[in-house]
Write a protein that binds this ligand. Structure first.
Ligand SMILES: [Zn+2]
Length: 274
């Protein structure tokens, strides 16, 4: 209990529980002092989260700038990758802002003991609500994302109006998400969970589908019972961490594929200079 400098929310939760139990067992009088200490620490966390949110916004803008540079060199693959990275940054930013709000509420709560479980419930509820939103709801409403798309569009379509983001051709909202239509060869090197290039790929012994290690483990562990239906559409396998192996061969293939892409881009850039 001598580590007092940490500011992780995990630690605060632990401390909050500690206060609840110690205030009843201690000789009394120390409770309010401890409560004030926790509240000021929560305010500190809230301000750290606010800084994190700003940094994320900077990162999102950097993505836009980089995407524009890449659009000029016709590196469409890399732009698509940045598009997905940007969406992940927006997801993270959403969660950081949510945490900021909830920590703020907790810091102002009169009774910390009941505030802690309320915080946890609200967090879980909001997180699952967000995960159920469509791409249009998550990203088309974001000014940062619209700016990213608009700028790239303008670079290639001088003066033409940009089509609606994530527009639905027919009835289904997600059906015509053109950004997720990736041609066959590339698709095999992308993780079906993170939608990004495979990182530390793991392959299922049961169905042969491959995923980025962090993404699939987080996905599987987030499910009840620590196992989950394979995230690949149409695959009925139930995957648990022990069904996955680190796929070093695939890792090499991905690295090779990415090197090839870079060479192609380099040669395209060279041809354009010629
Ligand atoms: Zn599968």
């Amino acid at each position: 209990m001598s580590q007092r400098h940490g500011r992780s929310s995990q630690q605060v939760r632990t401390d909050t529980q500690g206060i609840g139990s110690s205030s009843s067992s201690s000789s009394g009088g120390g409770g309010s002092g401890a409560q004030i200490q926790i509240q000021s620490r929560l305010q500190g966390i809230r301000s750290d989260l606010s800084s994190a949110s700003e940094l994320l916004e900077q990162a999102i803008r950097s993505c836009t700038v980089t995407a524009l540079d890449l659009t000029e060199t016709d590196a469409a693959d890399k732009v698509d990758e940045l598009d997905l990275t940007l969406r992940q940054l927006l997801d993270t930013q959403h969660m950081v802002k949510l945490e900021q709000e909830l920590v703020g509420q907790t810091a102002h709560a009169a009774d910390l003991e009941s505030a802690a479980p309320r915080y946890t419930r609200a967090w879980e509820k909001e997180r699952s609500a967000y995960s159920e939103k469509s791409n249009a709801e998550k990203y088309a409403t974001s000014a940062l994302y619209r700016e990213f798309k608009q700028q790239i569009w303008d670079l290639k379509h001088d003066g033409e109006p940009m089509p609606r983001l994530f527009h639905a051709g027919g009835g289904g909202e997600e059906e015509s998400d053109e950004d997720l239509v990736i041609s066959g060869a590339k698709l095999t090197y992308k993780c079906p969970v993170s939608q990004s290039w495979l990182i530390d790929p793991m392959t299922s012994k049961l169905c042969g589908h491959s995923f980025s290690k962090d993404a699939i483990l987080a996905y599987v562990r987030s499910q009840r019972g620590g196992s989950a239906k394979c995230p690949v559409g149409g695959c009925a396998s139930i995957i648990s961490p022990r069904d996955l192996f680190s796929d070093a061969v695939l890792e090499r293939k991905v690295a090779h594929h990415l090197r090839q892409l870079e060479q192609e881009e380099a040669s395209v850039a060279y041809t354009m200079v010629q």
